[in-house]
Design a protein around this ligand. Structure first.
Ligand code: SF4
Length: 304
């Protein structure tokens, strides 16, 4: 488990701020408008290999053609496989499993999906991730989902090591009890629109900036992002932070400004005085900041 996970006092803030951020604005997907487990399952199976923006059309065509689990189970498997191919949805096995799962729901559960993740895993093709997703989004009864996006967020924000069990434990520890629907949606949205490979912490208004280790240090590597992403992206963030700090504190000497911009600032280090001077010089060229010598010290101030 990460030693940087929020403690009991902080966790409430971390939870509330993320849920609030998600509820204020998020991408509208048709499967977010439903709690029908059949539709949620269809969307989850489709999203496993296909970009969400492309899934929307396929999903709507699918539930238009087979609006219920009964309708899907009653049709021929070949028709479902053909649909899958026609819409370039990846492995045809997923279509076969989905059709088989629909048959199981009809035959073994009298047409009513189980609401428990363990039991959902009895359905063909439904692994732990999909089971938690369906249990969460349909029944608000799932465990914390952990996909690549969630791992990236947890690794960056709380320094969770790249280890599946550590991710599971951290994700469970963070999720507020009994709120799996909104929580899993929110943390996946964070990974999808703010904490992407190249993160957009400031522009997306990430609610975890105050707690996030990567945001403090500027190291945005992650298990699926082994190289520091898009340096210009990070540099832009650092520029934004310089302006914000100077706005909050007024003029500052470089060595006072530095630690407020990066917690790992060290005057002679890689991210030290020279690095900061370069950043401030860029901002001066852009007419945003002035750098002046006073008593032998370089002082940065917002340009009036
Ligand atoms: S502050 Fe940035 S790096 Fe940290 S969780 Fe938010 S988007 Fe990700």
């Amino acid at each position: 488990m990460s030693k940087h996970l929020p403690d009991d006092d902080q966790v409430a803030t971390v939870r509330e701020s993320l849920v609030k951020w998600y509820e204020t604005d998020h991408r509208a997907f048709p499967w977010r408008e439903t709690t029908d487990p059949y539709r949620v399952l269809v969307s989850e199976v489709m999203s496993q290999q296909t970009q969400l923006s492309r899934v929307v059309d396929a999903y709507e065509a699918f539930v238009d053609r087979w609006p219920t689990v009964e309708a899907l189970a009653a049709d021929d498997r070949a028709a479902v496989v053909a649909f899958w191919s026609d819409h370039s949805l990846g492995y045809n096995n997923r279509a076969k499993y989905l059709h088989e799962a629909a048959g199981q729901v009809i035959d073994d559960y009298d047409g009513a999906f189980p609401d428990d993740p363990d039991e959902l895993q009895e359905l063909m093709g439904v692994g732990p991730y999909t089971a938690d997703a369906v249990a969460s989004f349909a029944f608000d009864n799932g465990g914390a989902v952990v996909d690549t996006n969630v791992k990236r967020v947890l690794h960056r924000a709380f320094d969770v090591p790249d280890d599946d069990e550590a991710f599971e434990r951290a994700a469970e520890a963070l999720m507020p009890a009994g709120e799996s629907r909104v929580w899993n949606n929110a943390i996946m949205e964070l990974g999808g629109v703010a904490c992407e490979s190249t993160p957009s912490c400031d522009t997306a208004g990430c609610p975890w900036r105050g707690a996030c280790g990567a945001y403090q240090t500027g190291d945005f590597t992650a298990p699926d992002v082994p190289e520091q992403p898009d340096f210009e992206g990070s540099r832009r963030q650092m520029r934004g932070r310089v302006v914000r700090v100077l706005g909050e504190h007024g003029p500052l000497a470089l060595d006072s400004l530095g630690p407020r911009v990066r917690v790992d600032y060290a005057p002679e280090g890689e991210y030290g005085r020279e690095w900061l001077r370069g950043l401030v010089a860029d901002l001066a060229d852009d007419g945003l900041v002035d750098l002046e010598q006073r008593d032998g010290e370089a002082i940065a101030r917002l340009r009036q």
